[in-house]
Each structure stands twice: as structure tokens, then as C-alpha cells.
Design a protein around this ligand. Structure first.
Ligand code: CP3
Length: 340
């Protein structure tokens, strides 16, 4: 068992810096495309055997030091009773947008072992096959709420901010319900065998710091405090576009702070102090010529030298047109350059 990733999360000594990549299982891999060619994305998410297959692909092909469960942050949200659709090339949509008290009341807090049994089954199957740690995950309540309120992806988040500012009580009720659901969902993943849990806050960066502190952070803290009460596995919090929210991300209570690429890692390490960091290569830097890519990686490794712990990662998900060979080179470079 290669436990380098878990050791780095806990700030223990490692032989080298472990690496995995956000969205490492996905469309940039021809092997994923092949599996996906026969099923829709949602069918794939609900077929444990296929989820196991695509979770293992980047670990086997690219030599990653951790696996991340193949699923989506919107799967537990669908289980709350929100009809979810993925249309080719369009991303997720919730046709029945959540905008009123009645809409919020209609959402349920499901029992995750029943409503998302396929996720728990995937985790159990993966644990019997994997030789690296398995990361489970969920979306942060704010990020999940934006999809429900907007009815899908958004650029300006008009409806989300309108609800926040004109119906704050309703907004908090929705956040509370998603939070209850997320706590149960992540605890179920831990019971099924997840060895670390990451909370993805992809849209946190659209908020003013005061609004993040008031409308989003308390719910992340509640999830993390509850998880830490019930389990001792590392919790990673990743706020995309979160450089200006770093001090508040630290106060989330997470064991590992995810970093995007918009912040210098040396500066982040100094501010984070006695917690591990994860990141922070610009996903598009994977397009650099190999020598320059190595230099870029070395810069990040050097910047993170004094870190309590460092898990190498991209600053956000790998882009779908990235040549897998470039990702493989990055993994090799991290392993070589950080070897102690
Ligand atoms: O990281 C992994 O390899 C595990 C799998 C994973 C997926 N989505 C698979 C996926 C994870 C961890 C996610 C998280 C997720 N999903 C986030 C947070 C991370 C981030 O990128 O900010 C968000 C915001 C979503 C919601 C979502 N799912 C969107 C916006 C989209 C469409 C945009 C896109 O990138 O295609 C998805 C679809 C999705 N989720 C795909 C995959 C592999 C592509 C689906 C396909 O095969 O067509």
C-alpha cells in the first residue's frame, strides 16, 4: 500500500511529494472515452463496475498517488429530489429551479446508503482493488446551491445573489438542507471506506469576502466539524478562485487547504502554517514544452519546501483536451524532482 498521500495530508515525512490531479478520471483519457461511448454520464455514475474501471484508469496509466472516486458533486443533490440532466456538451441542468420556499420544502434529506447506494458500492469495490488511498468527495453547499438556484451552470450568478440578498432566510434554509445532506453523504462515504474527503467549492470565488464569511463558510465549517467528530480521516477544502479567501479557508477547520494557481505557493504556505496544502499548477501549464513544464513544477516544489505537508495537484480540474502524455510527464517530474 502506497500511503504517501495520506502521510503528506497529516504532515508526516514522505520519500517524495505525492501527486494526483483534480478531474483525473475523465474525457482527456481515450480509455475513459471508450467506456463513456456506451453509456450516458449519469448511467456511468450509477454503474459501480464502470465507476471502478474509470477511477483506476489514471492511477494505472499515469501513476497517481491517490485515486478519486468517480462520481459528480451533483449526484447527492439529485438524491434530494432535484431532477438532474446532463446534455452532451452543455454540462448539468436542473430543469426545476429552486427559487421559492415551496421549492426548498420539496427537497428531502435522503438516507445516503439507500439513495446513493451505487456510490457506496463503488467505494467498497475500489478499496478491494486499490494500492493507493481513495479520496471521496462532495460539493460545498454554496457551490451545490448555485446549480439548484440557477438551474445549471452560470457566468454571473444573478439568481443566486438575488436570493442571497433579497431572501436571505430562504437562502440559509436551502444551505442548511444541503449541509445536512452533505454531512450524511460524506459520513456514509467514510463508512464505506473513503480514506480522505475533499469538499469542492468551485464557485466560492464569486463571493465578496464578507458574503463568503456569512453565507458560505459557516456551512463548510459545520460539515468539517461533524466529520472530524465522527472520523479521523483527512479533510481537504478546495475553494476555487479562493486566493482572497485563504484565511477564511484555513478557518474552515480542514486538514488540507487546496490552492488554485492564482496564488504564489510560498506565500500560501506561510499563511497556512501548520496544515498541509494541495496544489497549485495551472492546469493549462500542462501544455508547456516538457523542459519548461519541469521548471514550473520545480518552482512549485521549491515554494512548498517549508510546508507542513504538500500534495502536488493542479489548481483546478485537468482540461479535457490535455494530452495524457503531458499529464504523465508531470507526474514523473514531481516524483523525480521531489525525491528525498
Ligand atoms: O476528479 C475526478 O476524476 C472524479 C470525478 C469528478 C467529476 N466531477 C466527473 C465529471 C469530480 C470530482 C467532479 C466534481 C465536479 N462536478 C465539480 C467540482 C470540481 C470542479 O471542476 O470545479 C463540479 C462543479 C461538477 C459539476 C459538473 N459535472 C460540471 C459543471 C460538468 C460539466 C462540465 C464538464 O467539465 O464537462 C460535469 C460533468 C462531468 N463530471 C464530467 C466528468 C468526467 C464530464 C462528463 C462527460 O463524460 O461528458
Amino acid at each position: 500500500m502506497n500511503d504517501t498521500f495520506l502521510r503528506a495530508c497529516r504532515g508526516e515525512k514522505t520519500d517524495y511529494t505525492p501527486i494526483w490531479m483534480m478531474r483525473q478520471a475523465g474525457r482527456y483519457l481515450p480509455e475513459y472515452q471508450k467506456v463513456r461511448g456506451n453509456v450516458t454520464f449519469l448511467e456511468l455514475c450509477k454503474s459501480p463496475e464502470l465507476c471502478v474501471e474509470v477511477t483506476l484508469q489514471p492511477v494505472d496509466l499515469l501513476n497517481m498517488d491517490a485515486a478519486i472516486l468517480f462520481s459528480d458533486i451533483l449526484i447527492p443533490i439529485e438524491a434530494m429530489g432535484a431532477r438532474l440532466e446532463f446534455h452532451e456538451g452543455h454540462g448539468p441542468t436542473f430543469p426545476e429551479k429552486v427559487r421559492s420556499q415551496a421549492d426548498v420544502d420539496r427537497l428531502i434529506v435522503p438516507e445516503p446508503d439507500e439513495a446513493t447506494d451505487f456510490v457506496m458500492e463503488t467505494i467498497r469495490l475500489l478499496r478491494s482493488e486499490l494500492k493507493v488511498p481513495l479520496i471521496g468527495f462532495a460539493g460545498a453547499p454554496f457551490t451545490c446551491a448555485t446549480y439548484l438556484i440557477e438551474g445549471g451552470s452560470s457566468k454571473v450568478f444573478w439568481e443566486t445573489k438575488k436570493m442571497m440578498f433579497t431572501q436571505p432566510i430562504l437562502f440559509h434554509k436551502l444551505m442548511d438542507k444541503i449541509t445536512q445532506c452533505t454531512i450524511l453523504y460524506l459520513l456514509a462515504q467514510a463508512r464505506a471506506g473513503a480514506q480522505a474527503l475533499q469538499i469542492f467549492d468551485s464557485w466560492a470565488g464569486i463571493l465578496a469576502p464578507c458574503d463568503f464569511e456569512h453565507f458560505a463558510l459557516p456551512y463548510v465549517q459545520r460539515i468539517i466539524f461533524k466529520l472530524q467528530e465522527e472520523t479521523d480521516i483527512p479533510i481537504i477544502y478546495f475553494a476555487n478562485n479562493g486566493a482572497t479567501l485563504l484565511d477564511m479557508s484555513i478557518s474552515s477547520g480542514a486538514d488540507v487547504i487546496g490552492l488554485d494557481w492564482r496564488i504564489n505557493i510560498g506565500e500560501a504556505v506561510r499563511r497556512v502554517g501548520q496544515k498541509a496544502v494541495q496544489g497549485n499548477l495551472d492546469p493549462f501549464a500542462l501544455m508547456l514544452p516538457k523542459e519548461e513544464l519541469r521548471e514550473r513544477i520545480k518552482g512549485i516544489l521549491d515554494g512548498a519546501e517549508g510546508a507542513f505537508g504538500h500534495i502536488f495537484n493542479l489548481g483546478h480540474g485537468i482540461h479535457q483536451f490535455t494530452p495524457p502524455e503531458q499529464a504523465r510527464c508531470a507526474v514523473e517530474a514531481v516524483h523525480e524532482l521531489s525525491s528525498r
